[in-house]
Design a protein. Structure first.
Length: 136
């Protein structure tokens, strides 16, 4: 009987962006919406997504990440993707030392940021500002 390969599914959110990832044993490839991370033009996106892998050192070179992210803007999607990668690495390794490293670097690598855009209020106004009254 063939040995069973290890697969982990994980999800994470940031603002309106939702990222879902599948982790498999592999050579360290990262695909976001079917596109390899190396083919992205924006260097900031690459660096933000690579942060958990740099902190985890050699662990990321043994795992392939297939990430599907939708909703929100490019920055929210980037943050959701790095959250998913960090949570996946923690579940893969089960190492408390790695968790401590992530927490020391940035708390939002493993804990979702709960802030959302405030909803608009009724009566032709913005989220916080009320409509001004005119007395004349």
């Amino acid at each position: 009987m063939a040995e069973k390969k290890r697969i982990i599914n994980i999800s994470g959110k940031r603002k309106r962006a939702i990222a879902r990832a599948t982790l498999r044993e592999g050579k360290g490839k990262i695909r976001i919406n079917g596109q390899l991370l190396d083919s992205f033009d924006n260097e900031m996106i690459k660096m933000r997504v690579m942060e958990p892998l740099i902190i985890a050192e050699d662990l990321g070179k043994k795992i392939d990440f297939d990430i599907n992210v939708y909703g929100g803007g490019w920055q929210g999607q980037t943050e959701a993707s790095r959250l998913v990668i960090a949570k996946g690495l923690l579940e893969w390794s089960k190492d408390n030392n790695l968790k401590r490293k992530f927490l020391d670097y940035d708390r939002h690598l493993i804990i979702q940021d709960v802030r959302f855009k405030e909803t608009r209020k009724p009566g032709d106004s913005k989220a916080r500002a009320r409509r001004q009254k005119s007395y004349r």
